[in-house]
Each structure stands twice: as C-alpha cells, then as structure tokens.
Design a binder for this molecule. Structure first.
Ligand code: GRF
Length: 203
C-alpha cells in the first residue's frame, strides 16, 4: 500500500511511520510527505530517508481552495492508497475528505471523544483526569470525530505539566500509529458509512 503523510511541524510521528514502513514485512511504504509549511522540520527528516517531499505555503496561494487544489494535485501524482495526517494543523475540505473517504487517518493527542481540538494535555490536567493518551481515527468532515481505530493510555501523574504529559503521550503515539497503519494496510480495519469495521480497542 502507498502511503502519503501530511505534516506541519517536526514530523516525529511521520518518522515513526517511516521507520515502521522500512521493515521488510510492513504492508505499506511511505511514498511522499506533504507539508503546508515550507519550514516544517519533518521535511528534512523525510528527505534524509529518501522520501519525496512537497510543501505548499498558504501565502503562495490566493485562496484556501487554490492552496488545497495544489496539494491535491501533488497528492494525486503520488497515487496514494492511504493518507496519514501526522501533526498536520490544517482542516481538510469536505471535497478532499470525500475524495479519499475511508482512507485518511489521523493521530490526535487525547482519548477521543475527550478533548477534541487543541491544547489537549493542559485541558486533561485542568479537568483532573487521571489518565490521558492518544487516538488514531478515520478522518471525517467533523474535526477529530471519525471512527476510532486504536487508542493508547498513559497515566496523568501528580505534578504533570502539559509538557511532561505531552512527552509521555508522544511515546505512545509513536508506538500506536504504526500499528494502526498496519491494520488499515492489511484491511483489518476499515470504515464504511462512517462506522468502524474490524479491529478496535486499546493498546
Ligand atoms: C503530536 O502530539 C501529534 O499528536 C499532534 O501534533 C504533535 C506533534 O506531532 N497532532 P509531530 O511530532 O509533528 O508528529
């Protein structure tokens, strides 16, 4: 399976996916990395692994549609089977999601449906949560609300800050995302009519 990874920043999750995909028995290969930030740190990491990279700065386009059209045309040229959003901080249009319905997945740093959106770790701490974690889910038109594929949990410890909790969750993101991608690539988890079919559960 051909996988394209979308990033906006450091790309540590992209790197975890690329490392897993480089194993001979992994049922997918990363054929491209696309970013909406020309200076995303992950672009250099992908290039160092020989993965083709493409960046599209929003300011170079006179509309959101034109920006997304440029991204979509590069994406089409890569003939992806699966799209992985990994620290990608831009919402996809309904047209984009419908074009790749059921083949776009995302990793979110909370135990969805808890804490969709931003600043998830501080919100978990402020809410007095005793556990937090990450979720790999299918991307649907609503933000952070598609069917859950896999989740991983970590404890929230006394004295945790958003940074210490984020670091603990990130370790699980790097472990969980490749497992979820393998399930999708092997057809063991899929999405039909917005419902998950197949594997589901905590890791
Ligand atoms: C991670 O916490 C990820 O869950 C969130 O963005 C953060 C940075 O991701 N979406 P990465 O290091 O760029 O993969």
């Amino acid at each position: 399976k051909r996988v394209v990874v979308f990033i906006s920043g450091g790309g540590s999750n992209m790197l975890a996916l690329a490392k897993a995909a480089s194993e001979p028995d992994f049922p997918a290969e990363i054929v491209g990395v696309i970013s909406d930030k020309a200076d995303a740190g992950g672009l250099a990491k992908a290039a160092a692994l020989g993965i083709p990279t493409f960046s599209f700065a929003r300011k170079d386009y006179d509309s959101k549609d034109a920006h997304e059209a440029a991204i979509l045309s590069a994406l089409e040229s890569l003939s992806p089977d699966i799209i992985c959003l990994a620290g990608y901080m831009r919402l996809l249009s309904a047209a984009f999601i419908n074009r790749y319905e059921g083949r776009i997945i995302n990793i979110h740093p909370s135990l969805l449906p808890l804490f969709p959106g931003l600043h998830t770790h501080q919100r978990a701490i402020d809410a007095g949560m005793v556990e937090a974690g990450c979720t790999v889910h299918f991307v649907t038109e609503g933000m952070d609300e598609g069917p859950v594929i896999l989740q991983a949990k970590v404890p929230v410890l006394p004295g945790d800050t958003a940074e210490t909790l984020a670091a603990r969750v990130l370790v699980q993101e790097h472990r969980t995302y490749p497992v979820a991608l393998r399930l999708i690539a092997e057809g063991k988890a899929s999405m039909t009519d917005g419902r998950l079919i197949g594997a589901e559960g905590a890791t």
